[in-house]
Design a protein around this ligand. Structure first.
Ligand code: UT7
Length: 332
């Protein structure tokens, strides 16, 4: 019997309507469009407005689109994994809230936190449920409402992050398509450079933590940049080497959208030109778990069965990794 692989068979995405432009940020903090554009590649990011709306609401939009396109119902889903650092609530898992909202009565679900590498960790985990035969239809959501943990008085972080998310459906195939290989890595000592100081069990929320702005993202940008630029390029080169892929074999690099300079360095290391790099950081900024599925969503129509994609990310934790994904269908 041939090996069962996990193939992406449908995709959905969602970004909120409200655009926060560099020009508007100029009126909020001491920054300017030229600095943000040249240092990050970002022009604007989307913000989820509206009382009572959270990560699950964006995920629901993405998952419903994916179901519609595949012609199945929520009841067909066996497992839903939600990758996020901005869950609706500390508990229960946002995956449970999503499955309830879409009416996926036969699914179990859980959240997976690996910051900007969350979606890659999620797809890797989902592929094991498919390859083992345990599940037939697994949805992986990558979504974040970063605006809920960003200090809009901190120019080092507020210019980077945005809200949005996407979702993919994974199904078994005996053909040679789908998740071909994955390399996932982590180094917890990197947590000092990128984290949220309070709100966890070590430092629960208090008046003092709120006053000290400890419920926002804390990032030492330069330190994170240094690790990101090396590790994302290295792991992308490693997965190519391990699978005997030359740059001409790659249809697209699908990179986490944290900083255009990190993406450029990764592409250079892989030997692929700009025409082979999915890039939408200009429009959405860094949506954490959302960046990679949002790229796949936007580029879906250009993808053909058999296209070799390299998905790569680096993020808080530190976490990083690469997936070699062979696209499994021609998009209509
Ligand atoms: O997705 C999760 C993983 N995260 C990442 O991968 C992010 C990695 N880090 C980065 O992308 C970059 O480090 C940043 C975009 C966060 C910062 O860019 P940078 O080129 O590393 O800037 P820097 O922190 O070295 O600051 C350079 C200068 C400083 O001024 P001086 O000391 O040279 O006078 C900063 O104070 O730019 C200043 N600066 C700003 N100026 C205008 C910092 N932030 C801003 C700003 N606008 N928003």
């Amino acid at each position: 019997m041939s090996k069962i692989r996990a193939a992406v068979t449908s995709i959905g995405g969602y970004v909120p309507e409200f655009r926060l432009t560099n020009k508007v940020l100029e009126t909020m903090v001491d920054t300017n469009d030229e600095w943000i554009t040249s240092r990050t590649g970002i022009k604007e990011r989307r913000i989820l407005k509206g009382e009572g709306l959270g990560t699950s609401d964006m995920a629901v939009e993405a998952v419903n689109e994916l179901l519609r396109k595949r012609g199945i119902t929520a009841d067909d889903i066996d497992l839903l994994i939600c990758c996020t650092v901005t869950p609706d609530l500390v508990f229960p898992a946002t995956a449970n809230i999503i499955t309830d909202k879409i009416g996926a009565s036969n699914a179990f679900g859980f959240d997976l936190m690996a910051a900007c590498s969350g979606f890659l960790y999620g797809v890797t985990t989902a592929s094991k449920y498919i390859e083992s035969g345990a599940c037939k239809k697994v949805v992986v959501v990558g979504a974040d409402k970063m605006s809920s943990i960003i200090d809009y008085e901190d120019r080092q972080t507020c210019i980077i992050f945005g809200d949005g998310g996407g979702a993919v459906l994974l199904e078994p195939t005996e053909e040679d398509f789908g998740v071909m290989d994955t390399i996932m890595k982590s180094d917890g000592s990197g947590r000092v450079h990128l984290h949220q100081k309070a709100g966890g069990s070590v430092k629960p929320a208090s008046h003092a933590t709120v006053d000290a702005k400890e419920h926002f993202v804390y990032q030492e940008g330069q330190a994170v940049f240094k690790f990101a630029v090396t590790n994302m390029a290295d792991v992308s080169a490693e997965i190519m080497e391990r699978n005997n892929l030359k740059s001409e074999d790659i249809r697209f690099l699908v990179p986490h959208q944290a900083n255009k300079r990190i993406i450029d360095a990764t592409a250079r290391r892989m030997g692929v030109g700009e025409d082979k790099v999915m890039l939408n950081i200009e429009k959405y900024g860094n949506t954490t778990s959302g960046t990679i599925p949002l790229c796949l969503w936007e580029w879906e129509k250009q993808l053909k069965k058999g296209d070799n994609l390299i998905l790569s990310a680096f993020g808080g934790g530190f976490t990083w990794g690469s997936i070699y994904l062979k696209w499994a269908y021609d998009s209509k």
